[in-house]
Design a protein. Structure first.
Length: 559
């Protein structure tokens, strides 16, 4: 028997790599209609998942990976979405042809999904008990007592401490990691055969990412799950997947065993994805460069008020005695988990929130200045936010967005002069100057972040706070933004306060690093010192989660 004949026979009998095939996608096409225009987002792809196997669909935003996964559960916005061709065979049943009643028996029961952003996936008006329990009531018909018992068991299994006390909580009362654990509990409630994980850790800190990946690996082993992992994070794929399918522009350009793909990728696009991870380490900053921003023992305490008279009974110490110094042309990285005080520190340095303690900008105390006195300095102190789509007004064109600061802070400029500054700024960040009259929704995520950077740099600042500027972007786009920030810094001598939980990007961009936890600095030093020889256990845990974590492919344990 030839190899081709053996492959054909294995498909007929439903065997994949020694495993029985659970789901087999053949020639899948997905189209979206807007008015009279139809766009083919997925162009006839084939992939399959064996029982007990973890398969990853990887690619950049817009590649079609999430659309393909949502097609399995028929969760696309029909009738705007359609399937002009293909089959999705789940144990022999074609889900594309399945009725809505038949799909209801499959969704949340035989096939479950974990979404990327749990805060928007969970209902803010329902308690945790009601949301997890709803899946059990719909598919198993359990009474309230049995539901509560099962919900407690599931929450405990996914690592929620003291689950009985969290049943009445709402999503906003949980941390990001806890919300994702609740999503996993919902997905596992009926012990499904296939678990689809759509970017399950993108919005989480590195230590929480590590915990969630370890949890998924353990649960996969315990329940014998098959898993379809949708992600652009190749580090997660390397740790978790048995096999990989690489997608680009709605097509699969390469597939194979995960180890083989990473060891010897064949397709140029796959090589590009693997090589695009931020690499290298920033050179030490110049010790004699002028100091741009400096603070000593800075505090930001938020009062806790209770009682009828709303008396202050305690404080949330968001920033508690932080000292730092940022020099011209240097980048100071601020790292730590969510809630550590990173963003609050940056906002205080920009005088966007109240604080206690000296803040010195270019040799001048600014902590006592009012908003009117601060206005002339706003040109020199700018900010770039995490989510470019959320920080850019959808009602304004790119030109209007970028020139808004010029209108307020440089009123002496004429319309033509502002327009020319906008064009130059777009060109500087690598965008077509002729696109200045387009709107944010017409650009990709990476392009929108370039627009946000152009909005900050058009004012020719000296100091920019970068608040998680790459966390919402694909890995290859992250590398491009890091290169852009380096180029702008070298050209203009900018000082960056770079806030991030992505330590690979921090290592590539930052000269110095401070590590924060619970509002305090637990460790500080040059980037080389922090990454090569961390002193504190907390810093070591962050670095281990970002660089050293390895999850056994078949779902054993994290080491």
């Amino acid at each position: 028997m030839t190899k081709a004949e053996a492959t054909t026979l294995s498909k007929k009998v439903g065997v994949s790599g020694g495993r029985e095939t659970l789901i087999d996608v053949r020639g899948l096409k997905v189209a979206f209609r807007s008015g009279q225009t139809e766009t083919l987002a997925v162009k006839g792809i084939d992939f399959h998942v064996g029982k007990g196997e973890t398969v990853a669909l990887v690619g950049e935003s817009g590649s079609g990976k999430s659309v393909s996964a949502l097609s399995i559960m028929k969760l696309l916005p029909y009738p705007a979405a359609s399937h002009p061709g293909g089959e999705i065979l789940f144990e022999g049943q074609d889900l594309i042809k399945a009725t809505e009643r038949e799909m209801q028996a499959v969704r949340g029961n035989r096939i479950s999904i974990i979404f990327q952003e749990p805060m928007t996936s969970l209902n803010p008006l329902h308690t945790i008990e009601k949301q997890v329990g709803e899946v059990l009531k719909v598919h198993r018909g359990l009474d309230d007592g049995a539901v509560r018992s099962r919900v407690v068991e599931l929450l405990r299994k996914v690592g929620i401490r003291d689950p009985e006390s969290r049943l009445a909580d709402y999503p906003h009362q949980l941390s990001g990691g806890q919300r994702q654990r609740v999503m996993i509990a919902m997905a596992l409630a009926n012990e499904p055969d296939l678990l689809i994980a759509d970017e399950p850790t993108t919005a989480l800190d590195v230590t929480i990412q590590a915990q969630i990946l370890e949890l998924l690996a353990d649960l996969k082993k315990e329940f014998g799950l098959s898993m379809l992992l949708i992600t652009h994070d190749l580090g997660i794929v390397r740790r978790m997947a048995d096999r990989v399918y690489v997608m680009r522009y709605g097509e699969i350009v390469e597939d194979g065993d995960a180890e083989a793909i990473f060891a010897a990728p064949q397709n140029p696009y796959t090589k590009h994805l693997i090589e695009s991870e931020p690499k290298g380490q920033a050179a030490p900053g110049a010790p004699d460069a002028p100091v741009i921003v400096e603070t000593d023992n800075l505090k930001v305490w938020f009062p806790i008020k209770r009682g009828f008279l709303r008396r202050t009974v305690d404080h949330i110490k968001a920033v508690d005695g932080v000292s730092l110094k940022l020099r011209e042309g240097g980048t100071l990285g601020v790292v730590g988990e969510s809630g550590s005080g990173k963003t609050t520190l940056g906002l205080a340095l920009l005088r966007l929130i109240s604080s206690e303690g000296p803040i010195v900008y270019s040799g001048r105390r600014i902590d006592g200045l009012n908003s009117k006195d601060m206005r002339p300095l706003r040109k020199e102190m700018q900010i770039v936010f995490q989510d470019p789509y959320g920080s850019l007004s959808p009602r304004l064109s790119v030109s209007q967005i970028i020139e808004e600061g010029l209108q307020i802070l440089s009123p002496e400029l004429t319309y033509d002069q502002r327009r020319e500054r906008v064009r130059h700024s777009l060109q500087e960040v690598g965008l077509d100057p002729d696109s200045l009259d387009r709107y944010p929704h017409e650009f990709s995520g990476g392009q929108r972040q370039r627009i946000a950077i152009a909005r900050a740099t058009v004012l020719e600042p000296k100091f920019i706070m970068l608040d998680e500027p790459t966390s919402a972007l694909d890995q290859s786009v992250q590398a491009q933004i890091v290169d852009l920030l380096r180029d702008l810094q070298k050209k203009r001598g900018l000082g960056y306060l770079f806030i991030s939980h992505d330590l690979k990007v921090v290592r590539a961009l930052c000269n110095d690093v401070i590590v924060m936890r619970n509002g305090k600095v637990v460790e500080t030093g040059t980037a080389e010192e922090i990454f090569a020889a961390p002193r504190e256990d907390y810093t070591k845990a962050l670095l281990a989660a970002a660089f050293d974590l390895k999850v056994v492919n078949r779902g054993a344990t994290a080491v």
